[in-house]
Ligand binder design. Sequence first.
Ligand code: SAH
Length: 213
Amino acid sequence: MLDSYKHKGLRKRLIEGIRRKGITNENVLNAVMKVPRHFFMAKGFEERAYQDNAFPIAADQTISQPYTVAVQTSLLDVQKGEKVLEIGTGSGYQAAILLELGANLFTIERQRELYKSSQLLLKKLGYFPFSYFGDGYKGLPTYAPFNKILITAGAPEIPQELLKQLKIGGILVAPIGPSGSQDMLKVTKISENEFQEESFGKFVFVPMLKGKN
Ligand code: SAH
């Protein structure tokens, strides 16, 4: 796997584009600069890797658009050493970004094929999250509570079990709504039963499905 000057140049342009779209968090932009997105896509799509678009991966899923990754990551506001749970490992790209920010990352994927390929690739690149094959709706009760929870698939409503697994003061970021259009929500846990909800615009994600495959 080669990360050439050309790739780095394309990444630099991508970052300038994301910045123009309103992303100001320098830590997030630096993480996007560091992670070679073309490694997370099929060979032969290297130019496409640095266009600001979602792209198909295996198992009929997608790697999120870089701008969307940057929005979600900015809202999550990860601090070094925080325990972070990601639902929907997919290609592993978002996981790599969270690890670059110093997260202690737990990530769940329901498609066995993606669970396996992402784990292998992340390891090759020197990233070591705790990867699980399972249903993200259940979270990881054994390892809870988490400082931050990030859902990278569109859920019809906020999964209550995940709110339970959030620390007080913790943040959950998730696209919530029907298939085809979700609201990007940031939910802050104020106390055991109190939550503050803010909305950050419309996005389109592949659906968050129950069970595993
Ligand atoms: N974060 C990924 C985005 C992948 S798309 C990346 O950077 O590439 C969303 C992923 O969520 C898909 O891989 C899909 O299989 C997965 N997913 C959907 N429902 C899920 C669930 N209930 N639990 C775990 N993963 C789920």
